[in-house]
Design a protein around this ligand. Structure first.
Ligand code: HEC
Length: 109
């Protein structure tokens, strides 16, 4: 007389996978801040060594063109002597990169 059956397997264990677009600030903090600084001033050890600009400076912002910024993030950046300043961001999508440019823009004082 075992009428009680437990259907454990039928437990509704639905996991919702939300593909959240990665937050630009998160990427920035993880991969860019070591050179450009958390506040975009570029006054980190690496930033100073490589000559990162102060992106809170309106003049620096003005000199930076969106096209160039997108390209530099995507393809990397070298100096005149062909030394690598920034590595290409291969793992980032175009959307991520756009978000990062917006992040850089937001440092302007
Ligand atoms: C290893 C250090 C380093 C890292 C990491 C780094 N950068 Fe740079 N970046 C530089 C240097 C040096 C320059 C050249 C001077 C400047 O414009 O500040 C530069 C320039 C730039 C420029 C201007 C490019 C142009 O065309 O004038 C942008 C925009 C930029 N970085 C964004 C980023 C973003 C976004 C990340 C993270 C995904 C990042 N950087 C990671 C060192 C770095």
């Amino acid at each position: 007389m075992k009428s009680m059956s437990l259907l454990c397997a039928a437990a509704l264990a639905t996991t919702t996978v939300t593909s959240r677009a990665v937050d630009a600030t998160e990427i920035y903090t993880k991969t860019c801040a070591k050179c450009h600084g958390a506040d975009g001033r570029g006054d980190t050890k690496m930033g100073k060594k490589l000559g990162a600009k102060d992106y809170t400076d309106p003049k620096v912002q003005e000199a930076l063109k969106d096209d160039s910024a997108l390209k530099s993030i995507k393809e990397g950046l070298k100096d005149k002597e062909d030394r690598v300043l920034m590595k290409p961001a291969e793992e980032l999508s175009d959307e991520d990169i756009k978000g990062l440019v917006a992040r850089i823009r937001s440092f302007k004082k």
